[in-house]
Design a protein around this ligand. Structure first.
Ligand code: FE2
Length: 443
């Protein structure tokens, strides 16, 4: 057991609630915690020359490749990555592509994307971008379980974002999953650059897999500017590999046992849409004997008792919930609401032992502050098992084909505190939920 894992386990509070029938063991504690207000936006500058790579981040492409993304102001810098398993010794080199975009009067730097590999699992690689500047390193995800995901939503770039990132970096993990709302640039493009610089120390060392939120739209229809221009250029995800034709929704496998689906809340999702048809095809390819865990992320929550953003995910829920239920999705993460909330297993607005656990984790620390008010009389209140308006992040440690440990870490100044925790049992291991009769009856 790693030292980081031991520290994590020792920090777990001791008051345990057993929720039999849902494969869940959870904890909850009372405390006198004082919630902070919105944090000051931190602008992160680039002090090196224009030829130096900046805003470096990496994302997994399949299980054997990694995409390295960075930006240079200097348009002459090559889209080239040198890499190897020994620091300073690069025995491989890969070349890729670059792009830039014009957003009203803002012209981006040269955005480089280079796919490198094949790579070995659970291995540290050292790399350098464009042949100059700092050496970076990342660790590939393990080839088999266990694997640990960090889930953080609605990050932004404030003092509280910094706190969340610091806590994320203090404990090891294999991959970060983000259910949308990254920079909060909100049309002001230099904030995308600042965000990329702030994320670099973390996003250059572990694969960061993101999906868009409403703050990524940034459409300027009056000027003929399409939505998601900055997001699609700067945070290119491996959509082609999963048969998607859009950077706004895609899927991938991790550790040979987890299938992760990223869905777009702000692109068409109706039954005639390309996204819906892609999702049907993607779910049909999932073999739970091979990938016993099925996880889904999107931005606007389908179940939410916070007074913020009520009903915004409803049309998507109506369109897609049956697909995900029939596929026996284990857990669904959303953001958008700047708070933490965990529900029981749900299908079609009712408790259902074969439905997904719904978790809202939009508490990364952005400038809009927390969504403080939960409605105790909401029609879903009886399904909500834990809710708290505080900044923090979550961790999902998938132990084996049956068990995973979810924990929500609240930012308590210099330390993080595990405020909520539960054991999840995969629905693929539940004979009751794998029976076709139950699926047919409840659709
Ligand atoms: Fe949002």
């Amino acid at each position: 057991m790693s030292k980081a894992w031991l520290v994590f386990m020792q920090s777990v509070p001791t008051f345990i609630l057993l929720c039999y029938g849902f494969g869940i063991i959870g904890i909850a504690m009372a405390s006198d915690y004082t919630r902070p207000g919105p944090g000051r936006v931190i602008l992160t500058q680039h002090s090196d020359s224009g030829s130096y790579p900046e805003q470096v981040h990496v994302s997994a492409v399949g299980t054997e490749y990694m995409r390295i993304s960075w930006i240079t102001d200097d348009q002459s810098m090559p889209s080239k990555v040198e890499y190897g398993k020994v620091s300073g010794k690069y025995d491989a080199v890969a070349k890729g592509e670059s792009s830039r975009y014009l957003f009203y009067v803002y012209l981006s730097g040269k955005i480089h994307n280079v796919k490198i590999g094949p790579l070995e699992p659970d291995t540290v690689y050292y790399y350098r971008c464009s042949g100059v500047g700092d050496e970076f390193s990342f660790k590939t995800a393990p080839g088999s379980l266990p694997v640990e995901f960090v889930i953080a939503g609605d990050l932004g770039q404030t003092e509280w974002t910094n706190s969340t990132l610091t806590h994320i970096g203090k404990l090891d993990y294999d991959m970060l999953l983000m259910p949308g709302d990254l920079s909060y640039a909100d049309w002001h493009q230099p904030l995308w650059d600042s965000f990329g610089r702030m994320m670099q120390p973390y996003a250059s060392t572990r694969p960061w897999m993101v999906v868009e939120g409403n703050h990524e739209i940034e459409a300027l229809t009056f000027f003929g500017m399409a939505p998601f221009i900055a997001y699609n250029h700067r945070w290119r995800m491996p959509y082609e590999e999963s048969g998607s034709n859009s950077n706004l929704y895609y899927s991938f496998n991790v550790a040979g046992a987890v299938h992760v689906i990223m869905l777009g809340s702000y692109t068409d999702f109706g039954s005639n849409s390309a996204q819906y048809k892609w999702l049907v095809a993607d779910l049909a390819k999932v073999d739970r004997a091979v990938t016993p865990w099925l996880i889904v992320l999107f931005h606007a929550p389908w179940y939410n008792t916070n007074t913020a953003h009520q009903g915004e995910g409803e049309s998507m829920r109506v369109a897609m919930e049956a697909l995900l239920y029939k596929a026996r999705v284990d857990v669904i993460f959303a953001g958008h609401v700047h708070a933490y909330e965990r529900f029981t297993r749900i299908y079609n607005e009712a408790e259902n032992s074969c439905g997904p656990v719904y978790i809202t984790i939009g508490d990364g620390g952005n400038r809009e502050g927390l969504a403080l008010d939960f409605d105790s009389k909401h029609k879903y209140a009886h399904l909500s098992l834990f809710r708290e308006a505080s900044f923090g992040h979550g961790r999902l440690r998938v132990i084996d084909s049956k068990k995973a440990l979810w924990s929500w870490h609240r930012n308590d100044d210099s330390t993080d505190t595990v405020r909520d925790q539960l054991w999840l049992l995969s629905l693929s291991s539940s004979s009751a939920c794998q029976g076709g009769t139950k699926i047919k009856d409840e659709l």
